[in-house]
Design a protein around this ligand. Structure first.
Ligand SMILES: Cc1cc2nc3c(=O)[nH]c(=O)nc-3n(C[C@H](O)[C@H](O)[C@H](O)COP(=O)(O)OP(=O)(O)OC[C@H]3O[C@@H](n4cnc5c(N)ncnc54)[C@H](O)[C@@H]3O)c2cc1C
Length: 362
């Protein structure tokens, strides 16, 4: 296989995974980011390495199964930066999904993981769930369903991936925005054109604006959906999943140590020209959900910090997307001459995506 010179735009989890996989194939790889590596979407996630239990509702069984196998690969790669967590769905009289639906879903989730399952899905009585969560509202509580999934320390995992890429010979150029790309292999770096055998656009939510700015038309376009999280000064023994009756969403409360809980997320259409921050309205929305289900009421003084990220939801230009919440978070790869565009994806799927893209560069 001839050694190629590859230029990659974007040092998030996708770009870094692609870079490491290309370098492992013997290529010379330069990875560019306009800021710091892993400072954008890849640092703003819900920190789960998961199959995505909620995608079962939309029948994305193949996608869920594949992601569950990928979850196992992360555990093998970085046992110290990953941990198994039990997630409890408390069930109330007015919950959108009842015991049977949730238990079937949780059992299917465990079953789809096969031998890579990280724990049994269970049904719990009211007594069991109130013992696990003494602060949970008991009025109308019918019990709970729990399942196991993997939570990551994203900062440590990012560090591992950057070190792996560098160790394989990738040269990382932070604070180096790429103003234009082209389909013959040129990157415009600080006003200087550099030629590569392959150029990979892994700019995450900015992938389509980079193409537009460069005058390249793509078969895909991105919708941008902001998701915000709060870090609450709240101590939980296990993770909770709240079902919101009003908008039929699910919101996670995940213990992250030192008496803190990660709480989110929201889903709002986002204009990339606007700052990616958690709005007052999102804070109100999340606090209201927490206070609806927990007896100890919290307010803004219980919020340690907040952060927001933007999901790029990919679709073919010819398709319309009527329900952003129901859209699968799958990725698309597009090849236009020497340019490879990567759209969408998940943290969980990034390594396999990296290998897939790298195999297209030979
Ligand atoms: C709220 C939220 C929660 C999520 N939760 C989960 C989860 O729990 N589990 C999961 O598996 N996935 C989750 N995801 C999805 C996951 O976070 C993303 O799929 C992943 O981080 C995308 O990585 P990326 O490399 O494509 O994008 P990014 O991390 O955004 O990386 C793109 C990089 O490109 C750089 N860039 C952009 N334009 C240029 C340019 N012109 N020149 C140079 N550099 C440029 C940016 O600075 C950025 O660093 C979540 C996403 C969101 C938004």
């Amino acid at each position: 296989m001839a050694k190629k010179r590859i230029g990659i735009v974007g040092a998030g989890v996708n770009g870094t995974s692609i870079a490491a996989a290309c370098a492992a194939r013997g290529h010379e790889v330069m990875l560019f980011d306009s800021g710091l590596a892993f400072a954008e979407t890849s640092r703003k996630s819900s920190r789960m390495l998961h199959g995505g239990i909620r995608y079962l509702e939309q029948g994305h069984f193949g996608l869920v199964r594949e992601a569950l196998l990928e979850r196992d690969e992360w555990q093998q790669l970085a046992p110290d930066a990953t941990r198994v967590e039990r997630f409890f769905f408390p069930i109330y009289g007015d919950s959108p999904r009842g015991r049977l639906v949730l238990y079937s879903g949780a059992t299917l989730y465990q079953w789809l993981a096969g031998r890579f399952s990280v724990g049994k899905s269970c049904l719990h009585s009211v007594a069991e769930v109130t013992k696990a969560f003494p602060g949970l509202r008991s009025t109308g509580l019918r019990g709970a369903v729990s399942y196991c999934d993997v939570v990551m320390n994203d900062e440590d995992l990012a560090q591992t991936l950057v070190e792996e890429a560098k160790h394989r010979g990738v040269s990382l150029h932070e604070h180096t925005p790429i103003s234009r790309i082209d389909t013959t292999g040129f990157l415009d770096i600080n006003g200087t054109l550099q030629k590569f055998d392959r150029v990979i656009n892994a700019a995450g939510p900015w992938a389509s604006s980079l193409l537009e700015r460069s005058g390249i038309s793509s078969a895909f376009e991105l919708e941008h959906v902001r998701g915000s999280h709060l870090i609450l000064r709240v101590d939980l023994k296990h993770a909770l999943v709240f079902q919101t009756a009003a908008d039929q969403r699910i919101v996670f409360a995940i213990p992250i140590g030192q008496g803190r809980t990660l709480f989110g997320t929201t889903e709002h259409a986002h204009d990339l020209a606007e700052p990616i921050v958690c709005s007052e309205q999102e804070i109100d929305y999340l606090l209201a959900i927490y206070n609806q289900y927990m007896t100890h009421q919290i307010d803004r003084s219980d919020i340690e910090s907040s952060y927001s990220g933007v999901r790029p939801i990919v679709r073919r230009r010819s398709e319309s997307l009527s329900n952003i919440s129901a859209a699968s978070r799958d990725s698309e790869i597009e090849i236009i001459d020497q340019l490879i565009n990567v759209f969408g994806g998940k943290w969980t799927s990034a390594r396999r995506l990296g290998s897939k893209v790298a195999s297209l560069t030979d």
